[in-house]
Design a protein around this ligand. Structure first.
Ligand code: GLC
Ligand code: GLC
Length: 816
């Protein structure tokens, strides 16, 4: 489908943007290990190393006007015309424009007055740098003399204080220049002489005609990025930043004969030195560069990268490696069907988004500022379920890192910072769903890999050396955290909140300066219980029981099974409202999500989880709950979180009731929890219903891009619900558990290819008119090619098939 903004190019695994004026910046992510970049379709965005808060490399202004200001820009001055390949910041109309967002790379190409400038941005595997290959082509019949300026602005490392502490920041900035006949490098070394042992650099593989490192000198005090003074004047000022705002800009004069093409390689990199090797020369020594400053950076590590990527061939080779990695990652699960959009979601974009959410958690996007949130405990456990088949060893490490932020009673820090891996004290803990997600993540890892040895790994509590116990013990304590925190109905106490961060039943906040996430939590005497945690407990509890059985721990399995039975009974007895599951009981023990309530009569989370857990299946409760969800929550854009939305602030409900009706957790369509309903539908054998809901939220099916607004190739967290001013408008794209949940839904429950301890279960639940599909699944060291045929228009098989695990290649045909 071509729209006025662009189209999918599946054979290249790209989304092609053909109009720079997208309804919102449509971004992509560079890097999938430690060095990352966010890049918009006009080359806006920024870079960081590991941690968007503590190691921000380039500066970015959120909430800027106009949006998306700042990035890595190239200015081209061709006679009197000044333009950028990505249209911004000059916004000179281009003769042609194209941005191809691919898997961890972006290629932006502009043509103006017979000059084509194409920039390929990517982070080579194992390298702490973004490469920018600028290819300039003279498409005219005459020689051209171009003036080319690069531009990026340094961030003073800590993304939070960079935007706050101006009395200090405006005096600390320091840079170095290094000019050789092979390259020109600008180094950013603020605070390097004392407490930091890391620096950043921006180079080009050519001598330059000038450079700038001071923002004011380059831009001009009264100019903007759309008309920098240096570019207007067609010369650099060779400025050296001392404080104020350090930048990096190279200035090159380039002559191109008719038809000639020239490549320039820019590297925006980051390196760390051991403390004893920080400096090139000892105090008082004069360096080979003749500098008097004895704080010259030891640049050996940057030079290695600069030398390695001196040629186009080296850049091409690194790019080929990245492509090969994605070939490999995407070969683990591949579907072939007659539905192009299903193939596109499964084979490319959903899996790609899972990698990004695994790497970023909720830290850095155009909706997450990169300073507020590190890695979430529940978020990361869910993300890894979408990623574990790609690189299991990384999922393994993540599980151990997460578990180490648990407390001895099974509770945990809600978030930790990726750089330090320590729990985040500012947010604290007390979210009573958190521990269960560790069972969810760990069991998914073992079903994928059969690596039971992870259970024997010794993992500390709260990162305290000496406190280590086995991961299996962490799982037991996680399970028991619920058992040890039951309320008056025998249902789980909610604590600070469950998955729905905004249902704050113990908060009672009247001060608008308080954060609902962190403010005092009055759990003393509280009767607030969560039906969502109840469903989650039964579901994850069964995963724990299966794991115990697989480990020959039958006594522990029986003990856990008893608690699960008790929970089932408590939900049937107190948690059923007649036509659907209640959502919660509040502090005083009043019902939430009941027909008795005026607003918020029914909620999606408890329908999804209790139906997935099949609580009350003998009496048909899951099916009734699904019918009620379809009746009250569904809309053309997906199911809303609750209905009717709250219209006034309820102090006993907290943040949920602060959102305007139809937005976020108050009646918004949370794409994250629609899959819970879809999975429950597949468990009830309702393939048509599951498919309908799946397509409503999957980006490949979105038709009205102006309404949807955000990227058409990835899921967003929230789409405005039916009671909103603009139903169908998307927000918070990219970093959302939606990616992992939809992956799980489509791969394991709709297409139904599901790893178990014993074998690969084939249990599709599909729309009756899907006649055939084929899945190639690389699992452990085996490869299964499974063809599912549906000649009689069924929605599922009468009994699932289990393909036992065995190494090698297997072919099977399953007829529904
Ligand atoms: C956000 C959070 C997630 C939470 C959800 C619902 O997506 O990342 O942790 O569960 O909102 O509040
Ligand atoms: C807000 C958001 C929610 C998010 C939470 C944590 O409450 O509405 O989605 O999970 O903040 O930052």
């Amino acid at each position: 489908m071509k729209t006025q903004y662009g189209h999918f190019d599946d054979s290249n695994r790209e989304y092609v943007i053909t109009n720079p004026k997208t309804p919102f910046p449509w971004i992509n992510y560079l890097g999938n290990e430690d060095f990352f970049g966010l890049i918009s379709n006009t080359a806006g965005g920024y870079n960081f190393y590991k941690d968007a808060k503590f190691r921000r490399i380039t500066r970015y202004r959120y909430n800027s006007v106009p949006m998306d200001n700042g990035g890595r820009y190239f200015y081209i001055k061709d006679e009197e015309t000044i333009w950028n390949p990505g249209w911004k910041p000059c916004k000179t109309p281009l003769d042609s424009y194209e941005c191809r967002h691919g898997l961890n790379y972006t290629r932006i190409t502009g043509v103006k007055n017979n000059v084509r400038a194409s920039v390929l941005h990517f982070v080579p595997l194992g390298v702490k740098a973004e490469l920018q290959r600028l290819t300039l082509t003279n498409l005219s019949q005459e020689a051209k003399r171009l003036k080319v300026f690069s531009y990026t602005e340094w961030c003073l490392w800590n993304g939070a204080t960079d935007g706050e502490n101006f009395q200090r920041n405006l005096s600390t900035g320091e840079v170095e220049i290094e000019q050789t006949d092979r390259f020109t490098a600008i180094y950013h070394k603020t605070e390097y002489k004392e407490r930091r042992n890391h620096y950043a650099y921006y180079t080009v593989n050519a001598p330059v005609q000038g450079y700038d490192t001071d923002r004011e000198a380059f831009v001009g005090l009264y100019n903007e990025l759309s008309e920098p003074q240096a570019v207007l004047e067609g010369r650099a000022t060779d400025s050296l930043a001392h404080g104020w705002s350090p930048i990096a800009s190279h200035y090159l004069e380039i002559e191109l004969a008719a038809g000639e093409t020239r490549d320039l390689i820019f590297i925006l990199g980051y390196e760390e030195n051991p403390n004893e090797e920080k400096f090139a020369a000892k105090a008082g020594e004069i360096t080979s560069l003749g500098e008097k400053d004895h704080h010259i950076i030891n640049k050996v590590r940057a030079h290695e990268v600069i030398n390695r990527f001196a040629t186009v061939e080296a850049v091409d080779a690194a790019f080929a490696e990245l492509t090969a990695l994605w070939d490999e990652l995407l070969s683990k699960y591949r579907v072939e069907s007659s539905d192009e959009r299903l193939n596109r979601m499964v084979n490319i974009w959903n899996q790609y988004q899972c990698m990004i959410t695994f790497c970023m958690s909720r830290s850095a996007s155009f909706f997450e500022s990169g300073i507020g949130r590190g890695m979430g405990f529940r978020d990361s456990n869910q993300d890894l379920v979408g990623f574990v088949h790609q690189i299991p060893s990384r999922a393994r490490q993540r599980i151990l890192d997460i578990a180490a932020t648990q407390f001895p009673d099974g509770g945990c820090y809600h978030q930790y910072q990726p750089l330090t891996k320590r729990g985040n004290n500012d947010i604290g803990g007390g979210f009573n769903d958190d521990p269960l997600w560790l069972i969810f993540g760990t069991t998914a890892y073992i079903r994928e890999t059969c690596d039971f040895s992870i259970l024997d790994e010794l993992v500390p509590w709260d990162n305290q050396p000496g406190s280590e116990v086995s991961l299996m013990e962490h799982l037991r304590i996680s399970f028991d955290h619920v058992v040890n925190n039951l309320g008056p109905h025998g249902l789980p106490l909610i604590g600070r909140a469950d998955w729905n961060d905004c249902l704050n039943l113990n908060c009672f906040s009247m001060d608008p300066n308080e954060s609902f996430q962190t403010t005092g939590n009055q759990t003393e005497g509280s009767k607030a219980e969560s039906l969502m945690i109840a469903g989650l407990f039964v579901y994850c509890g069964r995963q724990y029981v299966d794991l115990c059985n697989a480990c020959n721990m039958s006594a522990e399995a029986a003990r856990a099974e008893q608690h699960i039975q008790n929970m089932n009974q408590a939900v049937e007895k107190y948690g059923w409202d007649g036509e659907w599951y209640l959502r919660a009981f509040d502090f005083y023990g009043h019902k939430i999500g009941s027909k008795e309530n005026e607003e918020g009569k029914i909620f999606i989370e408890s329908q999804g989880w209790c139906a997935m857990a099949r609580i009350g299946a003998e009496q048909g409760l899951p099916e009734k709950a699904l019918d009620s969800a379809a009746k009250w929550l569904d809309s053309p854009h997906g199911m809303v979180l609750n209905y009717p939305a709250y219209t006034t602030y309820h102090i006993e409900l907290g943040e949920q009731s602060t959102y305007p009706a139809g937005y976020k957790e108050n009646g918004g369509i949370f794409c994250h929890n629609n899959p819970w309903v879809i999975i429950a539908q597949t468990e009830a054998g309702r393939g048509n219903d599951a498919w309908d809901l799946y397509r409503k939220i999957a980006p490949a099916w979105i038709e009205d891009q102006d309404l949807h607004k955000v990227e058409p190739y990835v899921y967003c967290q929230m789409v405005a619900g039916k009671e909103a001013a603009k139903p169908g408008e998307g927000k918070n794209s990219w970093l959302t558990g939606t990616a992992a949940w939809n992956w799980l839904t489509v791969s394991q429950h709709i297409l139904g290819i599901r790893p178990t301890y014993e074998g690969l279960l084939v249990d599709p639940c599909i729309p009756a008119d899907l006649k055939e599909f084929k899945v190639t699944r690389k699992w452990r060291d085996a490869e299964y090619v499974i063809t599912v045929k549906n000649p009689n228009g069924k929605q599922h098989a009468d009994t699932p098939t289990c393909l036992p695990y065995a190494p090698g290649k297997h072919n099977s045909v399953i007829i529904l």
